[in-house]
Design a protein around this ligand. Structure first.
Ligand SMILES: [Zn+2]
Length: 256
């Protein structure tokens, strides 16, 4: 482990990660047995349980991203895999949390600060309930990391400065107040970001941000790539994603 946070440079929003330093981070949305799922956002509870069991069999421990970043700084990230949930669905508390706890895993859950207790109305598919303030508190109390997924779930790339401020800094302030602890993590809605968005996230005081696909030049703490995990990911596919992860990041980074 070199260079990360020990190089004495400023501008940590530009902190670069080499491909070999990129940690594996899984991206989930919901864990539920739903009738229609046009955007393939949910895995069933049974599938999720099998996926967590596969991670364990591979000798991996699932952790939230703040834990992962701290481990990277200390050079202890070996054997860790990041687990993330975007949007903050109620079913994460109901179905994912018990399974995570069974394995001694944690995860990061990215909440839309202006939609507590609402639904995913930004999608045109079925409406699923989002966690209320008390549900967010339950997740935090269970050891899950609470991060921000913006204030209203808009694409940040190209957003005007004032709106960017509300979506990034404003949501951090309200979630920090809600959880009683400074929020460290952000996840870009739709994975949409540009240099201004990454700078806004850094300047708002976040320590890291999760993207989806990241160009090789942008790999770093403000644009951590993630791999989508869905219902089709059985043990063989999970194992392949584990061992091919960096090749996958590189491929997406070259042709995002
Ligand atoms: Zn989202």
């Amino acid at each position: 482990m070199t260079a990360l946070g020990h190089n004495g440079r400023t501008a940590p929003d530009l902190t670069r990660l080499g491909l070999s330093q990129v940690p594996m981070i899984l991206m989930y949305h919901g864990v539920a047995d739903v009738a229609t799922d046009p955007y393939h956002l949910c895995v069933t509870p049974a599938r999720f349980a099998a996926q967590m069991a596969t991670l364990q069999r591979l000798g991996l421990r699932g952790v939230g991203i703040s834990t992962l970043v701290d481990a990277m700084r200390a050079g202890r990230q070996r054997g860790l895999v990041g687990i993330t949930f975007d949007d903050g669905y109620v079913n994460v508390l109901e179905a994912a949390l018990p399974e995570l706890k069974r394995h001694g895993f944690t995860a990061s859950v990215y909440i839309i600060s202006g939609r507590l207790g609402g639904t995913n109305e930004w999608d045109e598919g079925p409406a699923w309930p989002l966690l209320s303030a008390s549900g967010v508190g339950e997740l935090a109390a269970a050891g899950m990391e609470i991060g921000s997924h913006s204030a209203s779930h808009v694409r940040l790339a190209g957003l005007a400065a004032g709106q960017l401020e509300t979506e990034v800094s404003g949501s951090r302030a309200s979630l920090s107040e809600l959880t009683g602890t400074p929020v460290r993590g952000f996840a870009y809605p739709y994975g949409s970001m540009d240099a201004a968005a990454r700078r806004a996230v850094h300047d708002a005081g976040y320590g890291y941000a999760c993207a989806v696909q990241t160009s090789m030049a942008d790999l770093g703490l403000m644009a951590l790539p993630r791999v989508y995990i869905g219902q089709q990911d059985g043990a063989a596919r999970m194992t392949a994603k584990r061992f091919l992860y960096r090749g996958y990041v590189a491929l997406k980074g070259i042709r995002p």
